[in-house]
Design a protein around this ligand. Sequence first.
Ligand SMILES: [Ca+2]
Ligand SMILES: [Ca+2]
Length: 209
Amino acid sequence: MDKRKESIIKMRLGRSRRIDVTWMPVLIVVLMIAAASSASSGDWVGHGGHWYKTVEAPGGISWPDAQTAAHAAGGYLVSITSADENTFVYNLAQTDSVLWSAASWIGPWIGAYQDKTAPDYSEPAGGWRWDSGDPWDWATGYANWYPSLPNNGDDNWPEEDFACFFLGTSYWVDLGPAAGHPAPYGYIIEANTLPVETGTISGHVSPVG
Ligand SMILES: [Ca+2]
Ligand SMILES: [Ca+2]
């Protein structure tokens, strides 16, 4: 090959390499988004006429941030208003080990929170509400707190105003927004109708009356 041809080819290769390099950041971002979305949430699964899905947050997520994400996804943080629904939601969460922290003894967030402006607010048991707006009737409604909870924390973790699952059980634990509290590694979304999104849906499931 004569020198001139060789240098033209080298120049073209160099140019094409430069073009590849300019696209690399875009490619990396696309790959990161694809990896994050494929690993971060389960499929929507129907039960009792509603739809549910788990979402992973391996770095930890606050309840308000989980709430914002749930609303953006077309639903709300799960409201658990019967033993049947609790069993279903717990079993769904159990399918994803990322949602559970052995170190902190906690599982994913659910939609229960304390409304400090509510007329019945008091610590530790007053003013609890569901993100969905479903009524919370402390006297006669369903709740599945771990025995002696909610307790609004202790000296280590004071001020606990949100709820998540207790590790490896279907019991609920009140957990804080306060500094130093562990952050659950995920949350569960419920929706009244199947949200329109780009995620996949389990083919064999549908809402059950
Ligand atoms: Ca519900
Ligand atoms: Ca509290």
